[in-house]
Write a protein that binds this ligand. Structure first.
Ligand code: 5GP
Ligand code: MN
Length: 332
């Protein structure tokens, strides 16, 4: 993978550009792809953001979200955009397996692929050019850096700012995780000088819940959260039945894994969500506990030191048992 600076000549002339991100996109995934979209479109390029799966409700307000194609529901249109593209940007994922059903078409696409990502251990051979910086708070911060590298500060308009602030805010847990550097705050200061209204973005993301989602959270914390003080672990396991009791939609479990971690004695939290074909897992930790390696070694996943994901093809019950054994939690 060559330095992303070497890809800049490719952007001298207007290009058709396919921009994608990981399956089940979150604030950083859509913030970074749409931020890049709004940056490129002002320079005469024809960018299209393609998401491997549905956009969650809590991000439906984002500028440009109506232009995003969903590969799962619009595969023909998405593949047409891919075939016609001159360039491919891959944002906020480190390995093509993270785009699920889009993996095959993207792996066989011959156009240059450019990576911008902050996950550990990128699969560099899949990308012609890129920046991979696990020490960065978010891919949104890296798109901001890329804009500087490209000398494009004048294109940081309100749309770009709103999109980039979104991922910066969500991936840093509203600027509280240790990864929140001085550079993050300097970036925010710059966006504020350019006129960004940050409060509206917090409101869109954190104060726009449905009553059902709030009741679902109450139910989960009361009925489903298990705390193991001796091991300093908190676990939430949600079966399909639990999920069907409430009218919840994609993204409604977002952030739920952080609740056990708010308990003083808990240093590692795990959320297991049963899906039709697998169990999705989210890991979070405080301090020196490396959940990325834990997820990678045991549950086909990875991510960051203090926030990672994984999956299991076993049943929810078997996955929970395996997890407890690995964490020395007695099985009752
Ligand atoms: P979440 O628990 O919010 O789904 O994921 C936490 C973090 O880990 C996010 O940055 C996400 O992109 C990353 N992540 C989730 N699943 C995987 C995975 O299977 N592999 C890798 N490398 N990263 C993951
Ligand atoms: Mn991210």
């Amino acid at each position: 993978m060559k330095n992303i600076r070497e890809a800049l000549p490719l952007l001298q002339e207007p290009k058709k550009i396919f921009i994608t991100t990981h399956h089940k996109p979150d604030g950083d995934a859509l913030g970074s792809t749409l931020g890049l979209y709004h940056f490129l479109i002002q320079q005469g390029h024809k960018p299209t953001v393609v998401s491997p799966s549905e956009v969650p409700d809590f991000l439906m307000w984002m500028p440009g979200i109506d232009t995003v194609l969903n590969f799962e529901s619009e595969p023909k249109q998405a593949l047409k955009v891919l075939t016609e593209a001159d360039l491919i940007f891959c944002l906020d994922f480190n390995n093509l397996s993270r785009i699920k059903s889009m993996e095959e078409p993207l792996a066989s696409a011959s156009q240059p692929k450019i990576l911008i990502d902050h996950h550990l251990r990128p699969d560099e051979v899949s990308f012609a050019y890129g920046m991979s910086e696990p020490e960065k708070s978010s891919t949104c911060e890296m798109v901001y850096d890329f804009i500087q590298i490209a000398g494009g500060e004048k294109y940081i308009n309100n749309e770009v700012s709103q999109c980039l602030y979104t991922g910066l805010m969500t991936d840093t847990g509203s600027f509280r995780f240790p990864i929140t550097t001085a550079a993050v705050h300097e970036m925010i200061a710059d966006l504020k000088h350019r006129g960004l209204d940050h409060a509206i973005i917090h409101q869109h993301i954190y104060d726009s819940w449905s009553a059902e989602r709030m009741r679902f959270l109450g139910y989960v914390l009361y009925e489903k959260m298990q705390i193991f003080p001796e091991q300093n672990i908190g676990i939430i396991a949600l079966s399909l039945e639990d999920q069907s009791k409430f009218k919840i939609s994609t993204g409604d479990t977002e952030g739920m894994v952080n609740y056990p971690l708010s308990i003083e004695s808990v240093t590692m939290a795990v959320l297991l969500t049963e899906k039709k074909d697998e169990v999705r897992m989210s890991f979070r930790s405080k301090g020196a506990i490396d959940v990325s390696t834990f997820a990678g070694t045991n549950f086909n996943g990875g991510g960051h030191f203090n926030a990672a994901g994984g999956r299991s093809k076993d049943s929810l019950e078997v996955t929970l048992k395996k997890l407890k054994e690995l964490l020395n939690i007695p099985l009752n």
